[in-house]
Design a protein around this ligand. Structure first.
Ligand code: PEP
Ligand code: MN
Length: 332
């Protein structure tokens, strides 16, 4: 249950009530909210005199639900807003991994040349094998930070461990929580303690309910800047890397108030399918796309098969623009 406290209730009083009720105290502007534990359907007696509105829920999707906020939340992603009434489909692009200064500069130049602002690049890679390239770590973060300064870009990178969050905050703009890390409570709780935007990817064996509950960890901890990312789930199919769950996207659009980004690159696993999937995703009226692009995909140190080259990327960008427009969005 979410309780909306009367405007006369001070933050201190709200915090006191939260302790008494074992509830979360959330502030949104001057507004004080209490979010109670699972299954509570009636306003607790102690909170009655202080409450002027409340919402009850059938499950633990509370702050993320459309029932609580019928309008989609707006999240500032560097220089642009996504969600809300922005009508923006943000094209987040860059290589799977930051590999060298030369490589990430070429990616930054590609974005700049095409009027795009959001550069991705992994520095802590959650690889399935310990023998694969694990990322450049702090050196990679420094390169992203350099590109941010030189080109005025917004940069996003993944936290593989809660101990990475502080330096990611220092060097970059948006924290990515990967599909494999999505269940990591340490990472989720650390993300809740900052006001940086967090893009959380759906685990490939995760139900929609579990996915949104992971987002609730961040929201209930006090960070409302949460973006959901569908990147494919594991099915019986082996011809493609994963199965992009577009039905799930429709579900998230119906039941949640969070901006939604789609990642066709990791879902497909092969560059040949990425452009058509990206267009299909865009036609759903989404808040962002995450596309892997590399100056020389064949030599990429991770996810070589799915990264577009620069020509393929520019062709896709041109094709995406009218698709976005046809559903009332624009590619930014
Ligand atoms: C990535 O974005 O490079 C990545 C590792 O993605 P995922 O967590 O979706 O596998
Ligand atoms: Mn990748």
């Amino acid at each position: 249950m979410i309780l909306h406290l009367k405007p006369s209730v001070t933050r201190e009083k709200a915090a006191e009530l939260a302790v008494e009720l074992k509830a979360f105290h959330i502030t949104e502007g001057a507004m004080n909210l209490l979010v109670t534990g699972s299954g509570i359907q009636e306003v607790p007696k102690e909170a009655e005199p202080y409450t002027d509105a409340y919402w009850v829920f059938a499950n633990d999707i509370q702050l993320a639900s459309r029932k609580y906020r019928s309008e989609k939340r707006s999240v500032r992603f560097g220089s642009v807003d996504i969600g809300g009434k922005s009508g923006n489909t943000l094209l987040i692009a860059g290589p799977c991994s930051v590999e060298s200064e030369e490589q990430i500069r070429q990616s930054a130049q590609l974005l700049k040349k095409n009027g795009l602002t959001a550069l991705r690049g992994g520095c802590y890679k959650p690889r399935t094998s310990p023998y694969s390239f694990q990322g450049l770590g702090t050196d990679g973060l420094k390169l992203l930070s350099k590109m941010r300064e030189e080109f005025g870009l917004t940069v996003i990178t993944e936290a593989r461990d809660a101990t990475h969050i502080q330096e990611i905050i220092e060097y970059t703009d948006v924290i990515q929580v990967g599909a494999k890390a999505m269940y990591d409570q340490g990472i989720l709780r650390a993300c809740a303690k900052t006001q940086k935007p967090v893009l959380i990817k759906r685990g490939f064996g995760t139900t929609l309910q579990e996915f949104v509950q992971a987002a609730e960890f961040i929201l209930s901890g006090g960070n409302s800047n949460v973006i959901l990312c569908e990147r494919g789930i594991r099915t019986f199919e082996t011809g493609t890397r994963f199965t992009l769950d577009l039905c799930g996207v429709a579900w998230l659009q119906e039941y949640t108030n969070l901006p939604i980004v789609l990642d066709p690159s990791h879902a497909m696993g092969y560059a040949y399918g990425v452009p058509s999937l990206a267009k299909a995703c865009t036609a759903m009226g989404i808040d962002g796309l995450l596309i892997e692009v590399h100056p020389t995909p064949r030599s990429a140190k991770s996810d070589a098969s799915q990264q577009l080259d620069h020509d393929q990327f520019e062709k896709l960008l041109n094709e995406l623009k009218p698709v976005a427009q046809s559903v009332g969005y624009q590619i930014v």
